[in-house]
Design a protein. Structure first.
Length: 270
């Protein structure tokens, strides 16, 4: 990508990908991705298993480079910026993060330690301002009463919300959520969707990208959608324009019927 081809509004874009491809072991994980995310947008990345959703998100998190094309995150081009300096500006919530947290870690410490770029408590005392910030985030996500509980004793839904609080601890400019509702029962999913709706509607919240397999997990307040299939974009744009039965069927390779009730979506086989 030439310097001349960088968009003039690159400073207003939290993510910009131009003709991006990713190859691993001879397989194409992503191919020909062109995508821009603006500061006030809330994006959903939707697709089936192996569609390339997590690979896309890991590039936005500055955790991997493209094999071809150019990726800008928060105005910085991957490959031309220190990734370790860029990553603290991005909040990333994923199952891989949860697997690295010691089960005997206090919930408040799980959140606070994000501000020190570490996993697991590593000092006897944290700054009172940091403790207060962590408690505020836990309260906002409805789990403030669990601050002194051990992470390993939480339900799956409570763990998910703890991880979101951790991702928000550094006041990131970009928030990435990789299948946050995975493994939740119906009640846990609905609780999480409600909290993510509050976050999406908060004008002070960072630009957010959420990955999911299921239209039922799309929180109201999210503005844009990308449908992926086999590493390529099926459709992208405003949710109301892009999320259709036709596009959903193309992305998942079978005839699906999309239904809408209020601000929520549901899908079934046609």
């Amino acid at each position: 990508m030439s310097e001349q081809s960088v968009p003039e509004n690159i400073d207003d874009l939290v993510v910009h990908m131009a003709d991006v491809g990713v190859r691993r072991g001879g397989s194409k994980l992503l191919n020909g991705i062109n995508w821009s995310v603006e500061l006030d947008e809330r994006w959903v990345i939707l697709g089936g298993n192996g569609a390339g959703k997590t690979t896309l998100l890991r590039m936005a998190a500055a955790e991997m480079h493209p094999s071809s094309g150019a990726v800008h995150v928060l105005g910085e081009q991957l490959g031309k910026v220190d990734m370790f300096e860029l990553r603290p500006r991005v909040g990333f919530c994923s199952a891989a993060t949860a697997n690295r947290i010691p089960p005997d870690e206090k919930v408040v410490d799980v959140v606070v330690s994000a501000g020190y770029a570490v996993m697991g408590r590593w000092r006897e005392e944290y700054e009172s301002l940091d403790i207060g910030r962590a408690q505020e985030l836990l309260d906002g996500l409805g789990i403030g009463r669990f601050a002194d509980r051990l992470f390993g004793t939480l339900s799956e839904g409570e763990r998910k919300r703890t991880l979101i609080a951790r991702a928000l601890m550094t006041d990131p400019e970009l928030l990435l959520l990789d299948e946050p509702a995975a493994g939740l029962d119906l009640g846990g999913r609905e609780d999480l969707v409600a909290k993510l709706t509050e976050l999406a509607l908060d004008p002070d919240a960072p630009a957010t990208i959420l990955v999911t397999h299921h239209v039922e997990e799309i929180p109201p307040g999210f503005t844009h959608l990308m449908l992926l299939s086999s590493g390529a974009v099926v459709a992208q744009g405003l949710i109301d324009d892009v999320l259709t039965s036709e596009n959903l069927s193309a992305a998942f390779g079978q005839q699906l019927l999309l239904e809408r009730s209020g601000d929520r979506f549901f899908a079934r086989r046609a």
